[in-house]
Write a protein that binds this ligand. Structure first.
Ligand SMILES: [Zn+2]
Length: 473
């Protein structure tokens, strides 16, 4: 920097006192507005929530293309004047390392920056403007607990609860929180758990209370507490991209996507294709014009949902908005966790299945209990691990022997007998098997049995699909 010119010095000389005077006056006005209790701005907290963000339906999913799987339904809901908003939990996060680019050379964080905009463009085609990308990482695992570990479950939940309170939806839709073949992306399952947690927490003023506390000094620029209101959603639905669809029957509504949109005069499937075409780095529309069969095209099969729970009654197959009460409903407490009360030693399936079983009951998702047998996809030529939990409520030591029934061609690894000392009430074990090198078309059926003291203390069935490119277990 060189010396200032004469004219610059003149300008500074003339205007600096004026600027300083204005700044001092501004401080005085602000101080007065804070101290002047006759003009108390605290009452600004009583304004109505911003109506631009009210949604009828909030979609909570993992990645910023997950909406494509049900875009045919979202377009129909928007035709029916439903306001739809979206939360992408994992989005394409700060450490984006997954995915390809069919358009240009950009990869890693540059590709992440592109994917954020592709997501916004895709949902704009559907007529959705309110979409938030929380930017969590994209995790290549089937285990939702690893996804939570990578993305700070607590912090992410707080952010999702905030957006439920801001958008005040009657209906929340998310990925199925269950371990189902095909749905082998843990981030999907984790977003379903977050949606169910947020459904039950957004109406509870003791959960993330800073969000629902009135702003301390709303007349100033300071942002301390958030001024949101509690909100109780009414219905929770799930969808999945499983390799089999037998479990949907009777569990929720389904929507034909070949119907013609009265506002656009094309089918809902075609609207969904136009929306998905915006994800050009993943689905190049030049190579795959709308209507052409290609991998990733929304199938003309209906969009199917599973009713997780309804706080306003009705039957599972009713329309998504059937029974919804305008203006909201009071908070309804979920059942919460109840510790099991075993009196004898018992062996059960371990995590993440065990966690799901406890979670569904704690959150009143009875519709998911027994919906799908224990199942998993495993890449051929890799290892299957069957995690087990032995609970011993007695104070005596026990010995546990595990036996594994496996299909032909699998090599079961030996699981040594376990001596569980007295006072050890929980013990972790696992059975393992090496998968055959080739893909097989049928379910590979396993049964793990545990015996202790001459008695069977547990039997765990697991069916396995051998598949190419499954994420790690
Ligand atoms: Zn996804």
């Amino acid at each position: 920097m060189g010396q200032r010119s004469f004219s610059q010095r003149m300008v500074i000389g003339i205007f600096l006192p004026v600027i300083l005077l204005a700044a001092l006056q501004s401080v005085a006005v602000k101080a007065q507005s804070v101290l002047d209790r006759s003009q108390d701005t605290y009452k600004m907290n009583n304004r109505e929530p911003d109506p631009r963000f009210k949604a009828d339906l909030l979609l909570i999913v993992a990645h910023d293309d997950d909406e494509a799987d049900i875009a045919g339904y979202l377009a129909r809901a928007i035709d029916q004047k439903r306001r739809v908003a979206i939360v992408w939990v994992n989005g394409t996060g700060q450490s984006f390392n997954g995915g390809r680019n069919l358009v240009g050379p950009e990869r890693a964080d540059s590709l992440a920056a592109i994917r954020v905009i592709e997501g916004l463009r895709a949902v704009a085609v559907l007529g959705i403007t309110n979409a938030w990308n929380l930017g969590g990482s994209d995790n290549e695992t089937q285990n939702l607990l690893e996804s939570f570990e990578a993305n700070d479950h607590g912090m992410t939940l707080g952010r999702v609860v905030r957006l439920v309170r801001l958008t005040r939806p009657e209906v929340i839709i998310s990925w199925l929180p269950e371990f189902v073949t095909g749905e082998n992306h843990a981030d999907h399952q984790a977003s379903g758990i977050l949606a169910a947690e947020a459904f039950d927490l957004a109406g509870d003023p003791t959960a993330f209370p800073e969000q629902v506390s009135p702003a301390t000094e709303p007349g100033t620029y300071a942002n301390r507490t958030e001024g949101l209101r509690t909100w109780q959603p009414q219905k929770l639905y799930f969808f999945a991209n499983a390799t089999h669809e037998d479990f949907y029957a009777g569990k929720g509504p389904e929507y034909n996507v070949t119907d013609i949109s009265p506002t656009r005069n094309i089918s809902y499937a075609d609207i969904a294709r136009q929306s998905r075409a915006e994800h050009q780095t993943q689905y190049n529309p030049a190579r795959h014009p709308p209507g052409s069969p290609r991998q990733g095209t929304p199938a003309p099969s209906p969009v199917q949902f599973i009713l997780g729970k309804s706080l306003v009654g009705g039957s599972p197959t009713d329309d998504v908005f059937a029974g919804v009460v305008p203006g909201g409903i009071p908070y309804q407490r979920p059942p919460g966790y109840l510790a099991p009360r075993h009196v004898e030693p018992v062996m059960e399936m371990g995590d993440p299945w065990h966690y799901y079983y406890l979670f569904w009951q704690a959150h009143g998702l009875d519709s998911l209990l027994g919906l799908i047998p224990y199942e998993i996809s495993i890449t051929q030529g890799t290892y299957l691990s069957i995690p087990l939990i032995v609970d011993n409520p007695t104070d005596a030591a026990i010995d546990v022997n595990i036996s594994v029934s496996a299909p032909q061609g699998w090599k079961v690894l030996p699981t040594p007998p376990a001596h569980i000392e007295a006072q050890v009430h929980r013990y972790y074990m696992r059975a393992q098997a090496a998968a055959p090198a080739e893909i097989r078309p049928d379910w590979q059926m396993f049964t793990v049995t545990a015996e202790s003291g001459g008695k069977t203390i547990g039997t765990v069935p697991l069916r396995v699909q051998l598949a190419r490119d499954s994420f790690r277990q």
